[in-house]
Design a binder for this molecule. Structure first.
Ligand code: GLN
Length: 304
């Protein structure tokens, strides 16, 4: 099991990478983040959380929210209802690509690219009276932190610059794979992305992925089989076009967000969250990936 010292070493080791990546610039409210932040937190299977660096600083979780959305959808729909509308394959295109949606007649490759997450947000909108409120309730409970909230400035900023996500949603609508009002669903989707959480919150929230679907409270959020399936999708599609490189270097199911966070899981052992805002060309945290690589080497752990 990792010790605090090991986490501190991971933080210290990757400091030399600062300046080598780029903070996401396409969402103006995200562009002004301090690029030198580095944090890591681990929640072990006994429910203990430890961290190092800026692990208590909240940040914009962005696409990490796609894990929560899919998990919520699995609670509301049958598998057929979900997988008839979204695929399970790695995309090989950027996370906000329109090309593939067109080529594949409106069915997104997987739930972790924007197109797929928008379909999932459409599903949530259809079955939940107040999806934004419900999402907040779920992440607060999973993290055991009632102070978690949405960053309205980030959500508004994304809405103002929503041309690309709106295009993806309308394209899917043209193929009959989007039922709700695009504007309403986009607003919910941007709120999910604008959840503000720290590394400790996220490592705790993702505990169920390491614990056969059971949350820190002992509730069964998803079944053991669904947990395995979620981890399989994370391992193949969680890091976009960098999923192969991530599997090679880190060897854990994971999910990144353009806020610089990455969550990762060692099933049966621990859930992890790292954060450093500078991204690589695929939109994944540069120093975050390096920290996870260091951790997996030091622990001698990989799912492969
Ligand atoms: N909110 C971002 C978007 O929709 C999420 C992208 C990401 O984190 N990769 O573009």
């Amino acid at each position: 099991m990792p010790e605090q010292l090991l986490l501190q070493q991971a933080v210290d080791k990757v400091r030399s990478l600062l300046g080598k990546g780029k903070v996401a610039g396409y969402i103006p409210a995200l562009a002004c983040i301090d690029p030198s932040k580095i944090g890591i937190a681990v929640t072990t299977i006994d429910g203990q959380t430890i961290g190092a660096g800026d692990y208590l600083d909240p940040f914009s979780i962005q696409s990490i929210s796609k894990v929560f959305s899919l998990t919520l959808a699995l609670n509301l729909y049958t598998e057929d209802e979900i997988w008839s509308r979204v695929g399970k394959e790695p995309s090989g295109h950027s996370f906000n690509s329109l090309v593939q949606v067109e080529l594949e007649r409106g069915k997104p490759r997987n739930p972790f690219i924007n197109a797929g997450a928008l379909v999932i947000a459409d599903l949530l909108q259809a079955r939940l009276g107040a999806p934004k409120h419900r999402m907040l309730e779920v992440v607060r409970q999973l993290s055991q932190n009632t102070t978690i909230s949405y960053d309205k400035v980030v959500a508004d900023s994304e809405y103002q610059f929503s041309a690309r996500n709106a295009s993806i949603a309308y394209l899917m609508k043209s193929f009959g794979n989007f039922n709700g009002d695009v504007d309403t669903v986009l607003k919910s989707y941007f709120h999910y992305c604008a959840l503000k959480m720290n590394c400790a919150d996220l490592s705790r929230a993702m505990f169920y992925l390491a614990n056969r679907g059971k949350t820190l409270d002992g509730d069964s959020l998803v079944s053991p089989v669904q947990t395995r399936q979620l981890n399989a999708l994370l391992a193949t599609s969680g890091l976009y076009d960098g999923a192969g490189e991530f599997a090679y270097r880190v060897g854990m199911p994971g999910k990144s967000g353009v806020g610089g966070g990455i969550i990762a899981v060692i099933p049966g052992d621990m859930s992890i969250c790292v954060w450093s805002p500078e991204l690589d060309v695929n939109g994944n945290s540069l120093a975050g990936t390096a920290m996870l690589e260091h951790l997996s080497q030091q622990l001698g752990r990989s799912i492969f």
